[in-house]
Design a protein around this ligand. Structure first.
Ligand code: KG4
Ligand code: ZN
Length: 366
């Protein structure tokens, strides 16, 4: 087995163009030598969401600059890396294609192996890069585009225990912010408003809690919030600062209650399946930054004997270090791709799980 592996990772499946270099030696913690992320927020802000064609074009324009910045940041030349790892799905097809084409060019030009990475595997394996977490562990992926529970058995083996059947929670936060006239991204703004809010004033639903299992739904919650908002506007002609704060607090608590209860069920299912002696719940995704949600999950873990693990936010949200890390894991098993590697808009990690309905703000991801 090769002792030290250095991988260049590329990520362009949504609206972040990213390149990173990760180095790993057996029995040593992984080292992120550089991690560069160019976000495209300014390009999409006027459209109220990610425009796939604009995203793809921006990736094409920025990928090579991003790679150069990552190499420079790491103090390396392309020849110094052992392989090129790239997100080849799931995601917005134009963006994924841009990354795959760039990686193929780099791999062919430098004579290096090409490694295909599932974006969701990148999120799911991040705790191994940041905390050397051992298999198996439970992962809750909760962002603007994803929401699912995964048992991570091995670098290439996952069981999906459940997930959202419609909107991802981050998407619901963003839509709520829009309904209340707040800016984008909505999550942090809703959280800020909620600080002075009364979460009990509006009776908002806890969707699918009456149904067994770990599936979730967040689109009905957003509709309930809109109704509550419209009732106030009909009554008083507009929203006061306190009305807005109360709506935000009610929404945030409803999401948190739902996630915590579904996570409790996922933890039980994880124990049933793995009987892990020191069980770990890891989270990834932007929504994991929310203090109420994080505190709720931490409290749950403390109560049921799980360790709670939240990697640094820069590695929880979309980045290329997580892609390079999967590259490290695949390099060690010589799991390389050929130049025939195709971009895949859909690519569920757990091929045996039933397909989820709907898709997130950032396109159908799983
Ligand atoms: O993981 P991420 O950066 O990107 C992907 O969706 O892939 O997650 C972004 C999402 C956005 O929907 C944003 O509103 C949400 O995470 N978010 C939050 C918070 N910070 C970011 N949601 C709730 N509370 C937060 N503090
Ligand atoms: Zn992601």
């Amino acid at each position: 087995m090769t002792e030290t592996v250095t991988i260049l990772g590329l990520e362009s499946s949504c609206d972040d163009t990213a390149a990173a270099i990760v180095r790993h030696s057996i029995k040593e913690p992984a080292e992120v030598l550089s991690s560069v992320v160019f976000d495209q927020n300014a390009l999409h802000v006027d459209f109220g969401g990610v425009v796939p064609e604009i995203a793809a074009r921006a990736h094409v324009e920025r990928l090579d600059i991003c790679v150069e910045a990552a190499l420079k940041g790491a103090g390396l030349k392309l020849d110094d890396v052992d392989a090129i790892a790239v997100t080849s799905g799931p995601g917005l097809i134009g963006g994924v294609l841009s990354g795959v084409m760039c990686a193929k060019g780099l791999a062919a030009g430098a004579g290096k192996p090409l490694i295909s990475v599932n974006h969701l595997a990148g999120h799911a394996l991040t705790p191994r890069m940041t905390d050397d977490t051992t298999f198996p562990y439970l992962m809750l992926l909760v962002s603007g585009g994803h929401c699912q529970f995964l048992i991570v058995h091995a670098a290439d083996r996952f069981t999906r225990l459940g997930g959202t059947i419609d909107d991802a929670p981050g998407e619901a936060f963003d839509k709520t912010a829009k309904l209340l006239g707040l800016g984008n991204p909505g999550g942090p703004l809703v959280e800020k408003e909620a600080v002075i809010g009364d979460a009990k004033r509006f009776k908002l639903p806890r969707p699918l809690l009456d149904r067994a299992g770990c599936d979730m739904s967040f689109s009905g919650l957003k509709t309930a919030l809109r109704r509550a908002r419209d009732l106030i506007i009909d009554e008083k002609g507009g929203l006061t600062v306190q009305d807005r704060a109360d709506l935000c607090a009610g929404f945030q608590t409803a999401v948190s209650d739902t996630l915590v209860e579904k996570t409790r069920r996922a933890c039980l299912a994880f124990m049933d399946e793995t009987n892990a002696p020191t069980p770990v719940l890891a989270v990834a995704g932007g929504v994991a930054a929310n203090t109420e949600i994080r505190t709720g999950l931490q409290g749950l873990c403390a109560a049921i004997g799980f360790s709670f693990l939240a990697p640094p936010l820069k590695y929880c949200t979309d980045n290329a270090a997580m892609i390079a890390w999967v590259g490290v894991e695949k390099y060690r098993t010589r799991d390389f791709s050929t130049m025939a590697l195709a971009a895949r808009p859909r690519w569920p990690l757990d091929q045996s799980a039933k397909p989820m309905l709907g898709s997130g703000k950032k396109g159908a991801k799983a």
